[in-house]
Design a protein around this ligand. Sequence first.
Ligand SMILES: Cc1ncc(COP(=O)(O)O)c(C=O)c1O
Length: 396
Amino acid sequence: MQGAQRLDKIHESQTLAITAKAAALKRQGIKVLSLSAGEPDFDTPAYIQEAAFDAIRAGYTHYTPNNGLPELKDAIVKKFREENGIDFKPEEILVSNGGKHSIANFFFAVLNPGDEVIIPAPYWVSYPEMVKLAEGVPVILPAGWETNFKISPDQLKKAITSKTRVLVLNSPSNPTGSVYTPDEIRALCQVAVDHEILVLSDEIYEHLIFDGTPHFCPASVPEFKPWVFVVNGVSKSFAMTGWRIGYLAGNKTIIDGAAKIQSQMTSNACSVSQKAAVEAISKGVGPLNYMFKEFEKRRKFVFESMSAMPYVNLKAPGGAFYVFPDLSRIIGKSYKGAPVTTINQFCEILISDFRIAAVPGDAFGAPLSLRISYATSMEVLEDAMTQFKSALESLE
Ligand SMILES: Cc1ncc(COP(=O)(O)O)c(C=O)c1O
């Protein structure tokens, strides 16, 4: 049996090999230090859970409007106004099954075959694959650890062609944790807008900024707003990854297009989750302070531990819950007499001999780095940092 040709165009998640190996070790009773999670290790707060139980009892067990419950769109409108200083109308918002779904809807609604999408690397794994599925062409713009993995307006200018349709921005970033300053975002968006390019601003880690940089949504600049599409959701800020609620905000014509696609693919996002999201978004992130404080503590610990290790090139990550050390200096070293030629190979060594599951940078378009998530307990992180140091010290 042959599948469709489109399957050949995209990659499966490259993290699967490490995950499978970690699972196999766990089955053998070996304690694996898992640093690969892309989600908060905290459960959804009780008051949000209660809102979901209430919703079920109140009969929110049916389809909702395709674009989302009016009360959820109202809560999102209020959030944008109060937190970001932007006036979106309810009809400029589409609620979907997670931010991932919002991004897929967006690409399917704006791309014609051959349209180019500029994606700064390191990037979140799904952007290029989604662009390809929507018959677009991902144009990868690499940035190294020296610039804190940020692209420059000049670099962007040079990458623009007559086919460029979208620039993807993701601040704070998965996988690097880098945060663009408001001025940096302004400068990049100015280039995009001058060239009539849409900006997809993925702000899913908005509330996870630890270095004092203010979060800046480019749609708050009136001149940029018609060009900017904001993606956000409740997964990371409210520890609600499993509930699958994300949203897209921007120009109504495109939102209507994205809604049309959603209406034929999935219909509305889960009714109960939408009611839980109303509770989460309308109360704001204040009640989640304990989680942010804990992440801040772990970030400091992991950054300081890793910075003191041999071969590690690392700048302090401003946000999200990842560190993304550049390990180019280990290439050419040897481990147990065999040369280390790739970071993928080093990740294999980490899991097999040091019980650490980390994601190779290759998956994010940055083959000389690896991603470590600190969304796990301090106990695991302490153990993991000791093991990581031993792994690096064992290289010759
Ligand atoms: C950068 C980025 N954008 C979007 C998402 C999508 O999150 P969700 O679909 O859970 O809302 C993720 C999840 O890992 C992410 O890291």
